[in-house]
Design a binder for this molecule. Structure first.
Ligand SMILES: Cc1ncc(COP(=O)(O)O)c(C=O)c1O
Length: 399
């Protein structure tokens, strides 16, 4: 892709997102192959990337969609996902949000508290449509990732504790419309070691045995997403073997259908941000390059101190220097980090890697900036979203 991008560089706007279709296809096919022995279905976590063009690629490969809001239900349906291939999860929803999804045929929901379980039953009853529900358990596991991404830890707000579930069995047993068919767990995101996943499976099994003993016909386990990707060149790929073995054992032992809901793994490395150096100065003897992309296009460095590899689109020979690369926004945290790069000048094009997940979906108009255009590379560069216009900055305002 980079070779062809060099040829086309003059016709591509900066900053912009560029997605390489072949990488999305490879990543999803890889997961589908790996987890085939586990009787697993994959539901793409739409929060990672909501581009319709990206979603369509994923849908065409047979995956479903995991969503967390009415808006994501809307987008997924627009992308062509069948409503019965949509999982609607969230820590808490309002009645209108649940009704919106049920009315459109969404079948699977999770709950993470007793009041939310009751809400699901009430909504399903209201429109007399049966839905299938999963209980999300807080497994109390530290998955060895950034604290903001550690959703399975005991202090995290996510999931219901096993004890709380045990104490509320009588309520859930009475449900007639929201049938409990599965257990849901998602211990965190960007996990690069298999051990926390394997540990999680043991805990899920405990809950499964308990619920079966209580008389529930648990036919599904949603074991979440969280598969990490190497952002830094020194990081190693996640070893899937122990995870596949653990999930496979669960399927073989209990005959359950396994659901997985990865986001990052499918799209992260397929997305790039093309950006241009717009100012050069020195800070404490180190070159500081200001580029035209920043935390509005990729908030991950500011939010998680995340590293994103950067290379020059047109390579330069010669010495590399320790440099800082920062965005143009009025925030100190708007900085990509410290890199080793050749001397740069204004106008040089840089490619920021691993920008396919949790970038465009977390992007903002902060500082009055316009959301950038997006391109899909499928042998050719196709524009899949135009750059926003100034009018978009004030639409819906009454003044
Ligand atoms: C419930 C749930 N499922 C799936 C995901 C996707 O995680 P990832 O993109 O790390 O695979 C998330 C993201 O944090 C999540 O909260």
């Amino acid at each position: 892709m980079q070779r062809l991008l060099r040829k086309k560089a003059n016709s591509i706007f900066t900053p912009s997102y560029i997605y390489d279709k072949s990488l999305i296809v490879n990543n999803l096919s890889f997961l589908q192959r790996k987890f085939a022995p586990c009787n697993a279905d994959i539901f793409f976590a739409v929060k990672a990337n909501t581009s319709l063009s990206v979603l369509k690629i994923i849908k065409e490969l047979g995956a479903g969609a995991e969503v967390v809001s009415q808006g994501e239900v809307f987008i997924s349906l627009k992308a062509g996902f069948k409503p019965e291939k949509i999982l609607y999860n969230n820590i808490a929803r309002k009645e209108e949000e649940v009704l919106y999804a049920i009315k459109r045929g969404v079948l699977y929901f999770n709950f993470e508290s007793v009041d939310q379980a009751i809400l699901l039953e009430r909504c399903a009853k209201k429109i007399r449509r049966k839905i299938k529900v999963f209980v999300r358990i807080n497994l109390g596991i530290f998955p060895d990732t950034h604290p903001h991404l550690s959703t399975g830890s005991p202090r995290s707000k996510f999931g219901i504790t096993f004890d709380e579930l045990k104490n509320n069995m009588s309520i859930i047993k009475k449900f007639k419309f929201a049938k409990l068919i599965g257990i849901h767990s998602h211990i965190g995101s960007q996990i690069l070691k298999p051990a926390p996943f394997v540990k999680g499976v043991k805990k899920v099994e405990e809950v499964l045995v308990f619920l079966k003993r209580e008389g529930f016909d648990i036919t599904h386990l949603n074991l979440g997403g969280g598969f990490g990707v190497p952002y830094h060149p020194d990081e190693k790929q996640l070893d899937f073997k122990p995870i596949v073995n653990a999930y496979k054992n669960l399927y073989k032992k209990y005959g359950v259908k396994i659901f997985l809901e990865p986001g990052r793994f499918i799209v992260a490395n397929a997305g790039f941000i093309l950006t241009r150096v717009i100012s050069v100065k020195q800070r404490n003897g180190i070159p500081l390059y200001i580029v035209d992309a920043g935390m509005t296009e990729n908030p991950r460095p500011a939010l998680y101190e995340a590293y994103h590899h950067i290379n020059l689109l047109f390579g330069k020979k010669g010495r590399k220097f320790k440099v800082r690369v920062a965005g143009p926004l009025c925030e100190n945290s708007d900085e990509f980090g410290v890199y080793h790069l050749p001397e740069l000048k204004i106008g040089d094009l840089l490619l920021i890697h691993n920008c396919g997940a949790y970038t465009r979906t977390m992007a903002s108009n902060y500082n009055g900036r316009l959301l950038p255009p997006e391109y899909l590379f499928d042998g050719k560069f196709r524009i899949i979203r135009e750059k926003q216009r100034f009018e978009n900055l004030i639409e819906n305002e009454k003044y």
